[in-house]
Design a protein around this ligand. Structure first.
Ligand SMILES: [Zn+2]
Length: 446
């Protein structure tokens, strides 16, 4: 590692659009005196306010890291911060004429090019690398980040998403200038297709396009020029971590183990690190914003007959809140049942599955199908009052993610019944499209 602090030899500029706001923006990296740290400066505002890139100034971590002071905000700083952290830029003023850096291609490469063009010069001040003496960690829902003592920065990361085509990915790297430039910097940000419309409505990713993000849609990745690495997504997550922890204000030497990380957990870990690393901690920043409220659902298609309301339904299924996965049964016949479930943001599982990225767990869709199949089997006179035990599930497929605001239409069709065993083919649909399906077997008991 470098012993002396560094800054730029000269100023360099780069123009483009911001990822989330879509605003045209010019960013200039400028040299700064020793012990200045990294500061972002809004040239477009009166009095050109500055904000230090420090964890105490983080004001939002929804899909990106935002710092601010007063009313002034700078969004999506993490890729610039990652490049600075890895390349050893200790002191810099980042001038912007809008509220976030230009996204470039969604990776850190444009910023590496700027750093290379500006050149780096050693300064009088000594660099203080932050280290810890005991582990720290932060866990929220399915996301966990752990930091262990180490002599150098090493990051290991695992990600997985319940979306077709997005396998679990694992990557681990000792971070230095070379490894960052070769293995991490080219990896681009990504999002899921189903998020795009929602994000656009929420005013996010206005500047997003295939030029600066990979978009995962079902089994395929919409991308320009193909993926840069087979595991580009997990590499990008590591890039984000390197940027977010640099909000400590000093380079970090530690081993980080991250499972499904995101900006919120990265921020919380850095906040703890700021306390452990013996600099006086400032008051905590505002909590991260929650996911947007669900869209209103459309009224369900009402069938001609056999409708069961929620009160009657509770007499038919043994389940109780929060495990009744059906709101209303639209049709109940000897060989077919149709039910609906309005998937609300208030479902208890969305808190942890996943923060900022709510997705209905596939197993709960399976449970909804099982409950729908169960009431169908119990409808027949001879089975009334009995219980249907869910015995097995075959050919379970999750085709599309289900998110808050969706209305699940659950259909079960009896395919075979012999003595006390029943089989049903079940599907969950949203907006007419199948999101999950399974072949279920039940034991009728009682
Ligand atoms: Zn990122």
């Amino acid at each position: 590692m470098f012993k002396q602090q560094q800054t730029f030899k000269k100023s360099v500029s780069f123009s483009g659009v911001g990822l989330h706001t879509g605003n045209a923006v010019t960013m200039t990296f400028k040299p700064a005196a020793a012990d200045t740290g990294i500061r972002f400066k809004r040239m477009d505002l009166d009095e050109q306010p500055e904000v230090e890139a420090l964890v105490a100034n983080v004001v939002e971590t929804t899909r990106g890291t935002t710092i601010g002071k007063g009313n002034m905000r700078v969004h999506t700083i993490e890729h610039v911060m990652a490049a600075f952290h890895a390349m050893g830029v200790d002191n810099a003023v980042v001038e912007l004429d809008a509220n976030e850096p230009p996204v470039g291609d969604g990776s850190a490469e444009p910023y590496l090019k700027m750093i290379a063009e500006a050149g780096l010069v050693e300064q009088d001040g000594k660099r203080e690398v932050a280290q810890i003496t005991e582990p720290i960690w932060f866990k929220q829902g399915d996301s966990t980040v752990v930091m262990l003592p180490a002599e150098r920065l090493q990051v290991s990361c695992t990600i997985s998403f319940p979306v077709g085509g997005m396998d679990s990915q694992y990557f681990s790297l000792g971070v230095d200038r070379e490894s960052f430039a070769q293995e991490l910097a080219p990896s681009r940000t990504f999002c899921f297709f189903h998020e795009v419309e929602h994000l656009m409505k929420a005013g996010l990713i206005k500047g997003g396009s295939l030029e600066n993000a990979n978009i995962v849609r079902g089994e395929s990745v919409l991308t320009q020029g193909g993926l840069r690495f087979r595991d580009e997504f997990v590499r990008h997550k590591i890039l984000d971590i390197i940027g977010d922890i640099y909000l400590l204000g000093r380079p970090v030497a530690a081993q980080i183990i991250a499972i499904r990380p995101g900006h919120t957990v990265n921020y919380e870990l850095t906040k703890q690190l700021a306390q452990k690393a013996a600099k006086p901690a400032k008051p905590p920043a505002a909590p991260a914003a929650e996911a947007a409220a669900p869209a209103k659902t459309t009224p369900p298609p009402i069938s001609d007959a056999g409708e069961v309301d929620s009160v009657a339904l509770l007499k038919m299924v043994p389940h109780r809140y929060p495990f009744v996965m059906l709101d209303r049964v639209l049709k109940l016949e000897a060989k077919k049942a149709v039910a609906i479930k309005n998937v609300s943001i208030n479902e208890p599982y969305f808190q942890g599955h996943f923060p900022g990225h709510p997705v209905m767990p596939g197993v709960l869709q399976l449970e909804a199908m099982a409950q729908c199949g169960g009431i169908m089997l119990l409808k027949g006179g001879e089975n009334a009052g009995k219980l249907a035990f869910f015995m097995s599930a075959d050919n379970v497929k999750y085709r599309k993610p289900v998110t808050p605001g969706d209305q699940l239409l659950i259909e079960a069709e009896l395919t075979a019944q012999r003595r006390n065993i029943g089989r049903a083919k079940c599907t969950c649909k949203v907006g007419g499209e199948v999101v999950s399906e399974a072949e279920l077997m039940f034991l009728i008991h009682g």
